[in-house]
Write a protein that binds this ligand. Sequence first.
Ligand code: ADP
Ligand code: MG
Length: 341
Amino acid sequence: MGLFDFFTREIAIDLGTANTLIIMNDKVVVDEPSIVAKDIQSGAIVAIGKTAQQMHGKTHKLIETIRPLKDGVIADFESAEQMIRGMIKMIHTGNRLITPSLRMVICIPSGITEVEMRAVKESAERVNGKEVYLIHEPMAAAIGIGLDIMQPKGNMIVDIGGGTTEIAVIALGGIVCDKSVKIAGDVFTNDIIYYMRTQHNLYVGESTAENIKIEIGSATEDLQTPPDEKSVQGRDLLTGKPKQVQISYREIAKALDKSILRVEDAVMETLSQTPPELAADIYNTGIYLAGGGSMLRGLDRRLSQKTDLPVYIAEDPLRAVVRGTGIALKNLERYKSILIK
Ligand code: ADP
Ligand code: MG
């Protein structure tokens, strides 16, 4: 081990629109929502990740919560950098006297622009990143799922995150065709807020709607193992009083239907642009799902019925991308051609 190695840490970062994860030494050392809370007057960061999340929707005049990567783009560069810095600081390095320099691979949503990519890279360099590589999300997801992406064989990946759904066909270590649509977890959550307002006159916040989605959300009205009804509390739009209603998964399936249709359409469109030899491969291998949105009940079955293909959900779908990013970090030589220096 050279002196350089001794002072160098290697980390892999999945900079997601909803969650940021960091792997160091094969372990997930950070897994936090991509959110910061700021003091409006001084601009100082008061909380990052889970603690900032708890403040979301409950802030007063002097504090605001910001999701720097909302909608699959970097909406707020300064907050994004502060967030990356804060999350890296969360890693307990053992030795506080020296700040090690970092070799990093960062996974970025593939919809982000050249300028945004440069901004992420520069932010990383400012937090002591001496060697910084970027990797596109569908690539990282595919590696994390365990696919051999270097083979002359087509694979289709659908990563449903918070801000975007990224669909890609990968072969020979490259993206052959892809599509990124801004219909994903956040839109599903907003659909639920809208549904509650229009069908039940109930005004619910984002966190409540997200809980509904996770606890009883569904992509279809005929689930084989349906979840129990859920009591939902919010504010009555007519009387202004707090109130509670009972909701079934069928209602949520109705609320989400239009958005799921758009995800289906995007998958169909990507399939129709796939070169025939690769389409033949996908006929045999099927479609792989990753990202938190892939856990929506019945979504895999619905996509399978639509495409007539087998659909598989990645093991631990929220971590597939960071896992893949970590594998790329450990095998820099092998994955040289897909990393963006
Ligand atoms: P990103 O990569 O954009 O940060 P993630 O892959 O971390 O996104 O997924 C986050 C999204 O997944 C959020 O919108 C969250 O609400 C959603 N999600 C998490 N768990 C579930 C679940 N069990 N069912 C449906 N959606 C879920
Ligand atoms: Mg992601």
